[in-house]
Every structure is written in structure tokens, then in C-alpha cells.
Design a binder for this molecule. Sequence first.
Ligand SMILES: [Zn+2]
Length: 167
Amino acid sequence: MAFTNEQLERYSRHIILKEIGVKGQKKLLNAKFLINDACVMEKKPLSHAGIIRFKGQLTTILPGEGPCYRCIFQSPPPKDAVPTCKEAGVIGAMGGVIGSLQAMEAVKYITGAGELLSGYLLTYDALKMEFRKIKLPPRGKGCAVCSDTPTITKLIDYEQAACELKH
Ligand SMILES: [Zn+2]
């Protein structure tokens, strides 16, 4: 599904700790960058998470305070560089574990209780039953969207960009 720039601008104003579901992992990867950029531009918090096979990860992005998704991953991977969910496999229970942790981040954000995962990536290895909290680099330096001199100032329509590359 392609969005017009006007739609993206409008939808971005309604994103608070919620990711838009987009079918297909390759589109979803692009959507993660799109949603991150929208949240940074609108200064809205974002709970990012990902799962594949027996591994999961999550972080909470607080624009202006901690690193954003683009600070960590910079740009979407090349086409076909990452296996789809269908190819790699996703276990429903992993979604339950990581989704519940995201919900707790939302509760903590709303109530102001405890410490959020801003500046940290929590990883979960279900095979080893091991959680790790990894400190992320600080926000901004060289980031295309959240640095003091961003090079991305409008939302990128990745699907439109991909279509333009084909012609
Ligand atoms: Zn950033």
C-alpha cells in the first residue's frame, strides 16, 4: 500500500508508542524507518521491537533524549539482504513475550514509573532463555534524522522510491 506524502504527514501526527502494521517484512523494515522518522519529526515516543525465530529485541525511542532507530541502523538494508518472516520463521510466543515488554514500556511512559529502555536495546534469546541489556551509542551524531543538522526533513515514501528505481 502506497501513501501520499500528505497521508504520511497526517498519519505521523497520530503515532504514539504504536507501530503501523505493514504486510511483508521487507516493507516492514522500511516502515520501521518511516515510523521512526515520523516520530522524531513529531517528537513522539516510539516503542521499537523485532522478532525472528527464537530471538527478539526492543528499545524505546524518546526523540530529543535518546538515540533513534536510524541512529542505530542508519538506513534500510538492500533489497533481499534480509530474509522475510516467511523464509526465516516467526514463533507466536515470541511476539507475546516481546509485545508484553513493549506494553510495559508504554505503561511506564504513561505513568512515569521506573526507567524506560531509552538508550538501551534489550535482546531476548529464547533458546538460551537469556535477556541482555545493551547500551546504545548516544543520540544524534551524524544521524540523518535526529542530529542537530538533519539531512532527512520530510518523510520518505520508500515504496514510491523503489518504483522509481525500476523505471
Ligand atoms: Zn537518530
